[in-house]
Design a protein around this ligand. Structure first.
Ligand code: GDP
Ligand code: GDP
Length: 461
């Protein structure tokens, strides 16, 4: 089952004007790296006209001027292969003046065999007066009469756009699966393994849908369905982040924008995976990033990546490992030290995983789904009250200026994030430590691990 909803790919040999055409049809361009066997390519995505379709340009193959014809052929074929597997309509661009080359013929062959809907675009027909190759040449490719356009000047653009929309048909209503699709993102400092984890979940052999779902605002989204070992299908949307940096480290506008983009991703997610490196522990930068997620009031799953390296370190008796009795001991100490630093994320689920070996990847996704379900918990007022009163009795809120502080009762006012209205005898805010005490107590009582919560205090008038 391949979900190929409304993805349009532009293919063709180098220099025919694919990027130019992409920029004409796209409203915004964002780049993301997909590494396919052999060639590392840049796939550029854009969402066109309020989600009418998603445009994909695989043209940025990283080829240099000195590439051999054999390499160019191989790279172009891989690009066409990628388009065939992901797109529902393919725009095949050729050069109207140069006519059909051997490479064009090869690409056409692949496209014909794919049985995909193909639109042939003969570009660089700028004025209509320049010498154009014989139309028979283009007919021979097997896709009918070409659309003559000038990506440079815009001639023929409207015709291509209209024909494309006609081939795509009306925008379908969002399907049921999309409603339960969980938005996730991997955030963390450079080199902790965010890209590797993304690739691991996307390229899992259990991955059955690879629907490159375009972009909203500034982050790239990739929709996929993860098939579990016992055959369940879990739909996700991965919001890709280019990398996040802690604010004080910002030195250039590039970093600034990449950080903004990460924040966008965090805000668009239902659950954020905070990625740490098992060999590094928690750094100041990690702390700052976790702080951003908490500020956005998003639930966190802490993902301690490169677990394989910890086992490796034990096996090879690295001196640094002497202080640990076992991998399990390492894990417990890591967790303890981590929560000392990330004290503001109480109850966040912690996973020790390996993007390299795939260790615990399924459980990591399972945790995110469970966490997401918890976000909708509605706590009956009576139960909430009983819990709050019990917590306040056990450890009363600190008195201020000799005046006792009393909590009367509380109600839940929202989910995602949880908000609780707390009625008390004074109009003031909770101390940070008492707020954390209440939060930890409620997390434990109602099994809300990892869910952010907010307390609004209402004093007696
Ligand atoms: P790609 O390698 O297929 O992505 O091709 P590009 O979009 O980078 O274009 C290759 C070259 O062709 C660039 O120098 C463009 O300026 C030029 N080009 C693209 N479209 C047109 C067009 O419609 N008319 C003319 N005259 N040149 C074009
Ligand atoms: P990012 O900057 O956070 O996206 O990190 P990358 O995914 O690019 O990974 C940084 C480096 O760590 C790369 O050399 C990866 O191969 C390596 N790496 C990532 N995940 C793992 C893992 O689980 N185990 C090991 N041994 N190496 C990993």
């Amino acid at each position: 089952m391949q979900n190929v909803s409304r993805i349009v790919a532009i293919v063709g040999r180098p220099n025919v004007g694919k990027s130019r055409l992409f920029n004409r049809l796209a409203q915004k361009r964002i780049s993301v790296v997909h590494d396919q066997p052999g060639v590392t390519r840049d796939v550029v995505h854009a969402e066109v006209k309020d989600g009418a379709f998603t445009l994909l340009d695989t043209g940025g193959l990283g080829l240099t001027g000195s590439d051999t014809p054999a390499l160019i052929t191989k790279a172009s074929e891989q690009q066409v292969h990628f388009a065939i597997t992901t797109a529902s309509v393919i725009l095949f661009v050729v050069d109207a003046r140069e006519g059909v080359t051997a490479l064009d013929d090869r690409i056409a062959g692949m496209l014909r065999r794919s049985k995909k809907t193909v639109m042939l675009i003969a570009n660089k027909a700028d004025s209509g007066k320049e010498k154009i190759a014989e139309i028979e040449e283009f007919y021979r490719l097997g896709f009918g009469e070409p659309f003559y356009i000038s990506a440079e000047h815009g001639n023929g653009e409207a015709e291509v756009r209209n024909a494309l929309l006609e081939k795509l048909g009306p925008v379908p209503a969002p399907d049921e699966r999309d409603k339960e699709r969980l938005n996730i993102c991997f955030v963390g400092r450079p080199n902790v393994g965010k890209s590797s984890l993304s690739n691991r979940v996307l390229k899992s052999e259990r991955l059955i849908v690879s629907d490159v779902a375009g972009t909203t605002r500034d982050a790239v989204e990739l929709s996929f369905v993860f098939k579990t070992k016992d055959g369940k299908e879990w739909p996700f949307r991965l919001i890709d982040t280019a990398g996040i940096r802690a604010a004080p480290k910002l030195s250039s506008s590039v970093e600034y924008f990449s950080r903004l983009r990460s924040l966008e991703a965090i805000y668009q997610s239902d659950v954020a995976f905070m990625v740490l490196d098992a060999m590094d522990g928690v750094t100041g930068q990690d702390k700052a990033i976790a702080g951003e997620i908490v500020k956005a009031q998003k639930p966190i799953v802490i993902v301690v990546n490169k677990w394989d390296l910890v086992h490796e370190a034990f096996r090879s008796n690295l001196p640094g490992m002497k202080k640990y009795k076992s991998a399990r001991d390492f894990r417990q100490k890591f967790e303890k030290a981590m929560f000392d630093e990330l004290f503001f994320t109480p109850g966040a689920p912690v996973m020790f995983v390996s993007a390299l070996t795939g260790h615990e990847i399924e459980r990591m996704l399972r945790n995110a789904r469970a966490l997401n379900r918890r976000l909708d918990t509605k706590i009956p007022t009576a139960k909430l009250n009983a819990a709050i009163i019990k917590l306040a009795d056990r450890t009363p809120p600190p008195a201020i200026g000799g005046q006792r502080f009393k909590i009367y009762y509380a109600t839940q006012t929202s989910t995602r994030p949880f908000r609780f209205k707390v009625f008390c005898n004074q109009e003031r805010s909770l101390t940070e430590s008492y707020r954390r005490y209440l939060e930890a107590g409620l997390v434990k009582e109602f099994e809300l691990d990892g869910c952010p919560m907010h307390f609004d205090l209402v004093g007696k008038k």
